[in-house]
Design a protein around this ligand. Sequence first.
Ligand code: PLP
Length: 522
Amino acid sequence: MSINPSGWKPEMGADETAEVVTFTGNRALMLEEPLLFEYSDFGDTGVDFPPAPVVAPRLGGLDRNRPIGLPGLSEPQAVRHYTRLSRQNYAIDLGLFPLGSCTMKHNPRLNEKMARLPGFGDIHPLAPVSTVQGAFELIDLVGTWLKTLTGMKAVAMSPKAGAHGELCGLLAIRSALEARGDARSVVLVPESAHGTNPATAAFCGYVVENIPATAEGRVDLEALKARLGPDIACMMITNPNTCGLFERDMIAISEAVHAAGALVYCDGANFNAIVGRVRPGDLGIDAMHINLHKTFSTPHGGGGPGSGPVVFSEALAPFAPLPFVEQQSDGSFILVEEETAGDYHAQSFGRMAAFHGQMGMFVRAAAYMLSHGADGLRQVAEDAVLNANYILRRLDDVLDAPFGKSGPCMHEALFSDDGFPEGFSTIDVAKGLIDEGFHPMTMYFPLVVHGAMLIEPTETEGKAGIDQFIGALRSVAERARAGDVSLKAAPHFAPRRRLDETLAARKPVLAWKEPVQAEAAE
Ligand SMILES: *Cc1c(COP(=O)(O)O)cnc(C)c1O
């Protein structure tokens, strides 16, 4: 079979390479790769199976009675397919990944080595507790560090991502309010919140209301106070917020929320900026998730595994989910479950997951914490903030920094497309950055800023790398400001030219070709 069965030919820009079209569609080491469904051999297989025995139907008529049209591939085809695709991917191991809010930091290889130790990697969640004491000790160690770093009373390790942690926190808050006979109906969320915040509140059955931001990019305390009342269950707040600013009024916000009988949920996805410097427990927060896959390294993105432990204040601790690991007075570890939970935990709202959570993420987080130590973790926050401020100040003459006058930013620098000529927007800058060999920054988020560009270098980037990124972004921003039309056609050098993103979203072509042969074989 041919390597390029769909006959795809690279679309060339109006440059001097326009005439050069290769037979394969490949451009030197940039290899074209069709979809699996475009490999035309549905009969191929990497393994020789004996013919299936004929058996009587046993599924009450649900039996599959025709081929399902999955492409057949030999082993080399499968390996090459994914290897070729992986070469077209951008990754943190290739370069700076400036996605704001995502905290895409380098994941030390030590973490990977530890996570793959058979004693951690090969254990089963149903293994007898006496045989996995070391794993329990590690879960307890990470939990203890999270409680220490946040100054909070309890921790739930089982939530599997930030959004899952938000759900865990809000379920605990709802249980606490219901336990006092005061179920409330409204959750307040700042305008700049990450989309998971209102989504979580709505999923829990709450009405979501926005609290506006001040001109300097922080929660409007007076607007919040004006809205607080007996129907408010909780305020969900992100600190540092998604504009990259520390919410300086946090204690006053918590006091006002508590005075109104409501609870404070903190979205702790940005903990990277304050770890070792600020303890959210001292700011009056009742529940906060921590994205282990952001603050404590661990590769993420592309749907890769995450982990979102939630820390709780004294008021919410009894409502935290089960099961959890607890150390006994003899030093051994037990699992506190529904049957073994004492009166204190009888109010637990239930389970977030079948078992303990993401063991591999716990091991990576533990390796990261232990290798940094207390002073190292504090330096993480300091370096992340320093790097972001360096970017903010080196670029604010070519890009509008809407909150540049609100003081230093935290771990991410926020720019807008203000000042671009008609027809130019953030997307053009993003596509220009691809030509420069960088993954684009977060675009059009937070929504409170027009054409937002949210840039987070993290602490793992050194000055030379950041200077190169700044140089690239300056150049692209200057082209945008000058109305350089070539930028509108970027990327010029990527495996694909600019896509019609609206068409791709509205009319996705999920399989290029109907599996005709599979039907015919029926
Ligand atoms: C990443 C992020 C989330 C969601 O976390 P996931 O682990 O992706 O579910 C929520 N809020 C903010 C501010 C984030 O950056």
